[in-house]
Design a protein around this ligand. Structure first.
Ligand code: ADP
Ligand code: MG
Length: 547
C-alpha cells in the first residue's frame, strides 16, 4: 500500500496519510457530472440569470423579462418571446452536452452566447426547474426537473417563447448556499448582470422584477432602442449608466487591421470611486478581461488619479480566430492570440479620443489660470471676493483657541479682509507681529478661479479652498443640529427627479438613514429617485448635480 505524505497547515510536520488503493475507473454519473459543472457554471444566482438570459437572446427573443425573489434563492424566472423549443426536444434541452448551437466540430466560429450545452442541466441539478416552451404554430409544453431528475413533458399554456423557472436554487447544496451573500447583494449582482447584457443588446427589451415582498418592484427596464447601432448603443448606455454618462463621454471609433473599437469612454471628470463601471464587450459578449481593463486603465493613467476609475462602454470586435472565448465555463474571460497588439490598439484608441476632447478642456483651464495672474486682461477675470465670501471661507479654518475679544475686533474668523490695494511694503512684513498675534490666517490677498483664497501670513502663505471651507461650515452646522434636535428639513414644492441608473437601488437602500440626515427620497420608476425634502440649511441645493 502507498503512503501519501501531506503537510498539515498547523504543525508543518510530515504526516503519513494512508491511502486506500483505488478500484476500477468508473464514469461519473450524469448527476454527479452536472453538479460538478454547476459548481463552475452557476456560481451564484447572477450566473443563472446570465445563462438563462443568454439562452433567450440566442433564441432570437426581442423582449426578455426576469423575475426574481429573495435574492434569487427562492425564484429566478426568465421569460422570452423567442423561438421556443419543440415538445420532443424539451427533455433533451435539460440533458448534459445537448445543444442546438454547434454545427459540427467548429468551436471557433461561435456566434451564439451558449454552445457548451451545460447551463440548463447544471441549473436543473441544483434546483427545482420548470421549462415551459411553445414554438410558433404549436402548443405549449412543460417539463420539470428536481435535483436533476427529469419528469415527463405535459401540456401547458403560454404565448410563443420560453419560460424557465428556477426555484430553491442550491437548496440541496448547503455548501454553496453558505457562500451566498445577502439577498440585497445577490439582487444587486443579478441586476448588474442584466444591465451588462442590456448594454450588449440595445435592440432588445429587458425587464427585471423583484417579487420578494408584498408588492412587485420593477428594478430595471429598458425598451428596445431604435436608430442605427451607434445611436442605439448610446441611448442604451444612457438608460443603463445614467443620462450623465452620455453627456460626459466621448465617442470612440477606431479600426486597425481586423480590430475595431466602438462605444463611449467617460471623460476623466466623470469617474467613479470604484471600478465597477467599465463595461467591455468582445464580439458582443460582456467580458471582464485583464488585458482590456489594463489597456483602459493605462489610457487614463495621465488624466485620472490612481483611486478613480473611468466609466466606459466599449465594444471590441475582431475576427474569431484572434480570440478564444472558450476559456472559462461562464465565458466571462477570453484569451487573445496577440494580447499586446489588442492592448496597444485599445489604449491608443481611447487615448486619442480623450486627447481630442481633453485639449479643449485643458485649454479652458490653463487660459483661466493664466488669466488669474494678469488681472483685467481677459474675459475670465474673476471679481474680487466679497468680504462675506472670504469670511465664510476662512471661518471654518480659524483656530478654536482665539484670544478673548478677538472675534469682536476682527470678526469671527481670525483673518483680515483683503486690502483694497496691496502696497509694496507688504513684502517686508511690516505687520508681521500683528499677523502672528491676531491674524493666524493672515491677510486674504487674492482669489483664484473664484474658489481659492490666497492669504499672506507672517511666515508664508495659506491657500484656502473656499468651496470646501464652505461645505465644512455647513457640515459642522448640520452635525450640531443632528446632535441637538434633528436636522431641520424643508419640503420641495415640486419633487426633483434624479436619474441614477444602476445606483438608484443602492441609494434607495439607505433611504431611512438619509431621512434622518434631512434628505427624503422615494423610488421613481426604474433607475430614478424623487427627492421630496432636503436639509433646510442647504437653502437651494443643486439636487441633481453630478458629484
Ligand atoms: P447551450 O446554450 O450551451 O446550448 P443550454 O443548456 O443553455 O446550452 O441550453 C440547451 C439548449 O436548450 C439550447 O441549445 C437551446 O436549444 C435550448 N434552449 C435553452 N433555452 C432556450 C430558450 N430560452 N429558448 C429556446 N431554446 C432554448
Ligand atoms: Mg446556454
Amino acid at each position: 500500500m502507498l503512503d501519501l505524505v501531506v503537510m498539515t497547515r498547523h504543525n508543518h510536520e510530515m504526516q503519513p496519510l494512508p491511502v486506500k488503493a483505488h478500484g476500477r475507473i468508473d464514469r461519473l454519473s450524469d448527476g454527479a457530472a452536472n453538479r460538478i459543472a454547476a459548481g463552475e457554471v452557476v456560481e451564484r444566482p447572477a450566473s443563472a440569470v446570465k445563462e438563462l438570459v443568454e439562452n433567450a437572446i440566442d433564441a432570437g427573443a426581442s423582449r426578455i423579462e426576469v423575475t426574481i425573489a429573495d435574492g434569487g434563492r427562492s425564484l429566478i424566472r426568465v421569460a422570452d418571446d423567442g423561438s421556443g423549443i419543440a415538445a420532443e426536444e424539451l427533455a433533451l434541452a435539460l440533458e448534459r452536452h445537448a445543444t442546438s448551437k454547434l454545427d459540427g466540430e467548429d468551436l471557433v466560429n461561435v456566434r451564439w452566447f451558449g454552445f457548451r450545452g451545460e447551463a440548463l442541466p447544471s441549473i436543473a441539478s441544483v434546483s427545482r426547474l420548470s421549462l415551459i416552451a411553445r414554438e410558433r404554430d404549436s402548443d405549449a409544453w412543460e417539463i420539470t426537473a428536481s435535483a436533476g431528475e427529469i419528469g415527463e413533458p405535459r401540456p401547458a399554456a403560454r404565448a410563443p417563447g420560453t419560460t424557465v423557472e428556477v426555484r430553491d436554487l442550491f437548496h440541496a447544496t448547503q455548501a454553496r448556499l453558505k457562500f451566498l451573500r445577502t439577498a440585497r447583494a445577490e439582487t444587486q449582482a443579478m441586476a448588474d448582470m442584466l444591465r451588462r447584457l442590456a448594454l450588449a443588446r440595445p435592440d432588445l427589451g429587458f425587464v427585471l422584477l423583484d417579487r420578494s415582498g408584498e408588492k412587485e418592484r420593477m428594478l430595471f427596464r429598458a425598451d428596445p432602442e431604435t436608430g442605427d447601432l451607434a445611436e442605439a448603443r448610446l441611448a442604451r448606455a444612457a438608460r443603463v449608466l445614467g443620462r450623465d454618462f452620455a453627456a460626459n463621454a466621448v465617442a470612440i471609433s477606431a479600426a486597425r487591421e481586423d480590430l475595431t473599437l466602438a462605444g463611449h469612454a467617460g471623460l476623466p471628470s466623470f469617474s467613479k470611486g470604484a471600478g465597477v463601471a467599465q463595461h467591455v464587450f468582445v464580439n458582443g459578449r460582456p467580458v471582464r478581461d485583464r488585458v482590456l481593463l489594463g489597456a483602459i486603465r493605462a489610457a487614463y493613467s495621465d488624466v485620472l488619479a490612481r483611486e478613480r476609475h473611468p466609466v466606459t462602454c466599449l465594444f471590441l470586435d475582431c475576427s474569431p480566430e484572434r480570440v478564444d472565448v472558450n476559456v472559462h465555463p461562464a465565458k466571462a474571460e477570453v484569451r487573445f492570440r496577440e494580447p499586446g497588439k489588442v492592448r496597444g490598439f485599445v489604449l491608443s484608441a481611447i487615448r486619442h479620443a480623450l486627447a481630442e476632447a481633453g485639449i479643449r478642456q485643458s485649454t479652458t483651464i490653463s487660459t483661466a489660470a493664466l488669466g488669474a495672474f494678469q488681472p483685467g486682461s481677459g474675459p475670465w477675470r474673476q471679481p474680487r471676493p466679497s468680504a462675506r465670501a472670504v469670511e465664510m471661507a476662512l471661518a471654518a479654518q480659524a483656530p478654536d483657541d482665539l484670544p478673548d475679544g478677538f472675534a469682536e475686533r476682527h470678526g469671527p474668523s481670525g483673518f483680515a479682509l483683503p486690502h483694497p490695494e496691496p502696497s509694496a511694503t507688504d513684502a517686508a512684513h511690516p505687520q508681521a507681529e500683528e499677523y502672528r498675534t491676531h491674524l493666524p490666517l493672515g491677510h486674504a490677498r487674492a482669489q483664484l478661479h473664484g474658489t481659492y483664497i490666497v492669504a499672506e501670513t507672517a511666515e508664508g502663505m495659506i491657500l484656502v479652498d473656499q468651496h470646501a471651507a464652505h461645505e465644512r461650515l455647513v457640515y459642522e452646522r448640520l452635525k450640531s443640529q443632528f446632535a441637538s434636535n434633528g436636522i431641520a428639513r424643508q419640503g420641495l414644492l415640486i419633487p426633483e427627479i434624479v436619474e441614477l441608473g444602476a445606483d438608484a437601488d443602492r441609494v434607495l437602500g439607505v433611504a431611512e438613514e438619509l431621512a434622518t440626515l434631512g434628505l427624503v427620497i422615494e423610488p421613481f420608476g426604474a433607475g430614478a429617485i424623487a427627492v421630496r425634502e432636503v436639509p433646510a440649511l442647504l437653502a437651494r441645493p443643486h439636487i441633481g448635480a453630478a458629484p
